[in-house]
Design a protein around this ligand. Structure first.
Ligand SMILES: Nc1nc2c(ncn2[C@@H]2O[C@H](COP(=O)(O)OP(=O)(O)OP(=O)(O)O)[C@@H](O)[C@H]2O)c(=O)[nH]1
Ligand SMILES: [Mg+2]
Length: 510
């Protein structure tokens, strides 16, 4: 029994129809009664005219996507396809925007569609509409849905993997706070003798404000979409002439930095985004670190050291054709604190095409220097350091602190030897979560962000209900909505265990 299109009172939905990965082109699909007006607000033809509504059905046009709320700032050059009901995949009015396939760009255009009146499509919703519109039968709809949900499970897992870390903890903590209030209200309503609601609305209002503030911060932060634009902050350090700029050039596939055989060529930090598979490295090439009296170079060296402070990954370059010297040791000393914080470091033993003046063992020994002592009191090893009998024992303990995050690889930037291994290894580190962007991207996708905004709105409703002096059960509904929205960010609607644990604190049903 297929419903006819006209019986549907549907809103307009939008989503990225192609995969959310870097590709040649990406398609953002907008479907529903408002699809054409929404497309019209965002699209300008090559003469910068707003003409989408005049296009004949089933035609495709070149032009620009603009942000109508930002003086028509141009977002991308696109082709749009305009389809009229019932001649589209969904049978509804549809606008498909073909963009360049960058993840950031696709998200940006999707966001524009949402800001201009579309709603984020649920997984499989276009297909559902095609079915509802009588265009495909249920069996076919189901087949498509299966496919989508399997892809979606993958997408869900990836987005959750990205989420692990501080921000997901933050979201969990916020959820727990909300749930606590829900449980409290329920308990008080059930058992007024033991739980008093006197003065509770004020308290709850304060709590809501706290949570709203935190959510606002998370949303603001996600607007920067750091990982999408910037990727893993990677810093190349090493002494002059080790080949740092050559590495940057090699990875970016262009002569981005000046390379010469004169030590001290790079005098300031230099940044470049480089793509490794689906991973973006935001690489900073630095001035060779060494003692120098040259003022400009000195500043460069200071900047190099500073760059390591913000890095997610450190690439330390050695020139094996010269061997290791005091400068290399000094660099390791500068890195000690970051190494002990667990930052990933890859030591690249460069120039393997030339005769080597050092050995792998000697390179490893660089990280066994007496200078590396635990400097924070809370670290157990500080005690061990005092008590340890011999220096070697001490050093081994210290080395253990750093070794697990330091790897050594032999490469040549001249012949490319070892570079595939290096690139694969970095990509693998990212996939397995050994390497993450520390500041945590978080709401990197539009869906997650929408859920956060939704949660925010629900909490504001709670605040309104309090201000209007409504009764407590009103609060619970919106609190629960906020709780559920945040749960969807984490890919879990309700954590039964947590619910039970918190409810049990209140001895419900006594
Ligand atoms: N033989 C050989 N030469 C290399 C290799 N990598 C870099 N070089 C050479 O080493 C010299 C220094 O390279 P750069 O990339 O400028 O070194 P850098 O570390 O950026 O140096 P500064 O900017 O001065 O700190 C250049 O002459 C490069 O061509 C390599 O793998 N093998
Ligand atoms: Mg350089």
């Amino acid at each position: 029994m297929a419903l006819t299109f006209d019986s549907l009172q549907s809103d307009t939905i939008a989503a990225i129809a192609t995969g959310l990965s870097e590709s040649g082109i990406g398609i953002i699909r907008v479907s529903g009664p408002e699809a054409l007006p929404i497309g019209d607000r965002m699209f300008r033809n090559k003469n910068n005219q707003r003409v989408l509504l005049s296009y004949a059905p089933g035609t495709i046009h070149f032009g620009f996507i603009v942000d109508p709320d930002a003086q028509d700032e141009i977002i991308d050059e696109v082709m749009v396809t305009v389809m009229h009901h019932p001649h589209s995949y969904t049978t509804e009015d549809t606008v498909e925007i073909n963009t360049h396939g960058g993840v950031y760009l696709m998200n940006r255009i999707l966001e524009l569609a949402l800001n201009n009146g579309a709603r984020m499509a649920a997984p499989g919703e276009f297909t559902k509409r095609a079915f509802m519109g009588g265009r495909i039968d249920l069996a076919r709809a189901e087949a498509v849905m299966d496919l989508i949900s399997s892809n979606n499970e993958f997408a869900r897992k990836t987005s959750i993997a990205q989420l692990e870390g501080s921000v997901s903890k933050q979201i969990r903590a916020l959820r727990e706070k909300i749930l606590y209030e829900i449980a409290f209200i329920e308990s008080a309503l059930d058992d007024p003798e033991n739980y008093s609601l006197d003065g509770y609305p004020d308290r709850l209002s304060g709590k809501c404000n706290e949570i709203i503030e935190e959510l606002n911060r998370i949303i603001d932060f996600s607007e920067n979409g750091r990982i999408l634009k910037e990727g893993i902050r990677t810093v190349i350090v090493g002494r002059p002439n080790a080949g740092k700029s050559s590495l940057l050039n090699y990875l970016s596939g262009q002569e981005r930095a000046i390379v010469t055989d004169i030590p001290g060529t790079t005098r300031d930090t230099l940044e470049e985004s480089v793509r490794l598979g689906d991973l973006v490295l935001n690489i900073t090439d630095t001035a060779g670190i060494h003692k120098t009296e040259d003022t400009v170079e000195k500043i460069g060296v200071e900047r190099a050291v500073k760059a390591t402070e913000r890095a997610d990954l450190i690439l330390m370059m050695l020139d094996t054709s010269i061997g290791i010297d005091e400068e290399d040791r000094e660099i390791v000393r500068l890195l000690v604190r970051r190494l002990r914080e667990g930052i990933r470091c890859i030591v690249l033993m460069n120039k393997s095409d030339l005769p080597s003046k050092t050995s792998a063992e000697e390179v490893r020994n660089l990280f066994r220097m007496p200078g590396i002592v635990p400097d924070s009191a809370e670290e157990g090893s500080a005690e061990e350091y005092k008590n340890a009998g011999t220096r070697t024992e001490v050093e081994d303990k210290k080395v253990n602190i750093t070794y697990k995050n330091v790897e050594f690889m032999s490469i040549s930037l001249t012949t490319g030897e070892g570079m595939d291994y290096f690139k694969n290894r970095v990509a693998q580190m990212f996939r397995t979560g050994e390497l993450t962007a520390k500041n945590e991207v978080f709401l990197s996708n539009v869906r997650q962000k929408q859920e956060a905004v939704q949660a925010l709105q629900s909490l504001k409703l709670v605040r309104n209900s309090i201000e209007q002096g409504l009764s407590e059960d009103f609060f619970s509904i919106d609190l629960m909505n906020a709780y559920t929205s945040l749960g969807r960010i984490l890919g879990e609607a309700v954590e039964d265990d947590l619910v039970e644990e918190i409810f049990s604190r209140f001895c419900l049903g006594k």
